[in-house]
Design a protein around this ligand. Structure first.
Ligand code: RIB
Length: 312
């Protein structure tokens, strides 16, 4: 058992991304020709972990993959990116998670995940990671593993003064109210915010309004990401909402941009704990803006050496 203290620990998912690029997303019942296919490393949890590590965070992943070729490959991918793998378990009871992704020529995507082994990450796995988890600076969770496991990890962190980021993705209706209470930062995109609040998000003002609604549910702060419009940041101790714009860039593929933002945010929270959240969000926007200019999820994520010094 490691005695190490991690900047960022992620309790979450790993997926093998099966990506088809096509002129547009097909309609129901339709077959269309795509122009490129590739296989990559994905899963929201792992994506966030890899981005935090590439910026310089000492990162550890708590997850479950299958005892199969894809699971073995994924563990090697973590090692290649300097991610600690002691808490990456393998199971023979399910296959490594997989995501079928279609990306259109505008860089938009549609994704179906089959979570597989991710859903078998259980209470015992979290107990095994507990000594490290309760000493980490920042914990990040999402919803591609069982919600009970995410909630247990968030509770463990909160009870031990570890800062928490919760990303309710993919969003589920009737989210357990404790998810809000255990989130220092509750970070979602506009469609997740819509599903959680029942209100549409078509503008920055809408995002501020739904952000206030989410904040009232007990989060320390809320970030609603808005793609090319950046994000809005709301804090429990302030009545004002802050819109944080992002740079205009040529978008190639937005897949995993939200995960890139969250991984970067986790890095900033761990490394610059007294930095205002708005500034962390501004910098995370810049990192995510780099990622949308290249194809794929983790393949598009920048390393510290690729970014301007002003981001560090
Ligand atoms: O957020 C992007 C990710 O969602 C992809 O990597 C895919 O694996 C799904 O989990």
């Amino acid at each position: 058992m490691t005695e190490a203290t991690f900047d960022v620990m992620i309790v979450g998912s790993c997926m093998t991304d099966l990506v088809s690029q096509a002129p547009r997303l097909p309609k129901a019942g339709e077959t269309i020709h795509g122009h490129k296919f590739f296989i990559g490393f994905g899963g929201k949890g792992a994506n966030q972990c890899i981005q935090a590590a590439r910026l310089g965070a000492k990162a550890a992943m708590v997850c479950k993959v299958g005892k199969d070729f894809f699971g073995d490959n994924y563990i090697q991918n973590f090692k290649d990116n300097g991610v600690h793998t002691e808490f990456v378990k393998q199971t023979s009871d399910a296959a490594t998670g997989a995501a079928s992704i279609i990306v259109n020529d505008a860089g938009e995507n549609a994704i179906v995940i089959v979570a597989g082994a991710n859903m078998l990450l259980d209470s015992q796995d979290l107990q095994d990671a507990r000594p490290a988890l309760i000493r980490a600076n920042v914990l990040v969770c999402q919803l591609e593993i069982s919600p009970q496991s995410s909630l247990q990890a968030l509770r463990m962190a909160r009870e031990n003064n570890v800062k928490t980021i919760f990303n309710p993705a993919p969003a589920i209706p009737d989210l357990d109210p404790n998810f809000y209470k255990f989130s220092d930062v509750f970070c979602c995109n506009e469609s997740e915010a819509e599903l959680l609040t029942g209100s549409s998000v078509a503008s920055i003002e809408d995002a501020c309004r739904v952000g206030q609604d989410l904040l009232r549910r007990g989060c320390g702060s809320v970030i609603v990401t808005l793609g090319p419009q950046g994000c809005v940041v709301l804090k429990a101790q302030e009545s004002t909402s802050h819109h944080i714009p992002t740079s205009v860039v040529k978008v190639v593929d937005t897949t995993g941009a939200g995960d890139c933002f969250i991984g970067a945010l986790a890095f900033y929270m761990a490394h610059y704990p007294s930095m205002p959240l708005e500034e962390m969000a501004r910098r995370a926007n810049q990192v995510a803006a780099v990622s949308v200019q290249a194809v794929g999820t983790q393949t598009s994520y920048p390393f510290k050496k690729d970014l301007q010094d002003e981001l560090f």
